[in-house]
Design a protein around this ligand. Structure first.
Ligand code: F6R
Length: 364
């Protein structure tokens, strides 16, 4: 049931603090990460020549964050591919590669075909899957279930944060096991992961304010979402949410790429959403904002609580609690989910069943 919410999507957005708790249950115990996949397949995983993440849509965005996490904490190279491109490209695969399939439904046809191809080439298959017993889950050698409960809304929300949470735990567990991650950083991360649910709750308390803000943007036909580093995949995800349910053309870009083309589009009619939290690249993103401002652009910023400077440049601001670099996507994506939801509601659209989309894409 919708639990009193008007749409499944809104319920699922608001379920995210509990979903994160479910996701870590039995896996973060006494400030240690315990993953049976790492206990049972640790040496195979740690001796991987390379990880290759395959997925589609939102799950692919989670994969981009997974790449950054595994490379940062484990120093093992990671590639991320759209499952549909990977399967038809005749990719170079080695038997000591580990292929990670990311999927909410566990039934996406391209992702399933991608892991079958990898399996034929002798790779180990690791799943980050929500639907227990699904086709993808059954074809993997091991993995981590996302455990966020069934997702009904067509636009993926809690599955995304759940997938990112799984990557956080996986990268930390592997990084600790292979000695590339020092104890201090590991401890700091594990502690911070456990307070993420409360920090998400704080963002959700701004629901009304975000609804109010959203109404000011229903006029838009185009939107630009910009972020750097850890927030770059979040920019892609925010833009996808807006397209899917609000039917507004939106593009997500790494903010520095703006100069290489998209800036030509900027005018007073095209809002630009910057994810400008206090992390690596903050100064640079502020200068990207100035470039947009100079061209008459309308700026919405997602910023870190306490950042008052940003009001000098942003027209609208949504604050998120501060956190460490590697966890920020779990927070910065939440306001973007709400923004797309309220724009769609204000336009009178069917949020849970957007036109032309299916919850699980079992045909290619
Ligand atoms: C976006 C969305 C889709 C899915 C994609 C992959 O909101 O829901 O982009 O993420 O179709 O689906 P799964 O994760 O089920 O493999």
């Amino acid at each position: 049931s919708k639990g009193g919410y008007p749409h499944f999507m809104l319920k699922e957005i608001h379920d995210q603090p509990d979903c994160m708790r479910d996701c870590m249950r039995g896996r973060i115990v006494d400030d240690e990460i315990k993953l049976s996949a790492v206990d049972n397949f640790g040496s195979r995983l740690l001796h991987a020549r390379r990880f290759i993440i395959v997925a589609c849509g939102t799950s692919w965005h989670a994969g981009l964050i997974g790449k950054q996490l595994i490379e940062e904490f484990c120093r093992i190279p990671v590639e991320v591919d759209y499952a549909s491109e990977f399967r038809y490209r005749n990719p170079v695969l080695y038997p000591d590669d580990v292929v990670i399939a990311v999927s909410q439904s566990g039934e996406t046809a391209d992702t399933l075909a991608a892991i079958r191809l990898a399996k034929d080439n002798g790779c180990m298959i690791f799943g980050i899957v929500n639907a227990v017993g699904s086709s993808i889950a059954r074809e993997t050698d091991t993995g981590i279930y996302i455990h966020v409960g069934p997702e009904i809304g067509v636009a993926s929300t809690k599955a995304f944060t759940g997938q990112v949470f799984c990557f956080e735990m996986l990268a930390l567990a592997l990084g600790k096991a292979n000695g590339k991650l020092d104890d201090k950083r590991y401890k700091e991360m594990v502690e911070e992961l456990q307070v993420i649910p409360e920090k998400i709750e704080k963002i959700l308390e701004q629901d009304d304010a975000i609804e109010h803000l959203a109404r000011r943007f229903t006029y838009a036909h185009n939107f630009l979402y910009l972020g750097r580093g850890w927030n770059y995949p979040v920019a892609l995800e925010g833009a996808l949410k807006l397209k899917e349910i609000s039917y507004i053309h939106a593009e997500g870009y790494p903010a520095a790429e703006m100069k290489h083309g998209p800036i030509a589009l900027v005018d007073a009619d095209m809002p630009c959403l910057f994810i400008a939290t206090h992390h690596e690249g903050y100064e640079k993103i502020i200068s990207n904002m100035q470039e947009v401002k100079a061209r008459g652009g309308n700026i919405i910023a997602v910023a870190t609580e306490g950042d008052e400077e940003i009001s000098k440049i942003a027209d609208e601001i949504i604050y998120v609690p501060s956190t460490i670099n590697w966890l920020v996507p779990l927070l910065s994506v939440i306001p973007l989910q709400l923004l797309s939801y309220y724009v769609a509601v204000d336009k009178g659209l069917n949020v849970d069943m957007p036109r032309n989309l299916a919850k699980s894409v079992t045909v290619e």
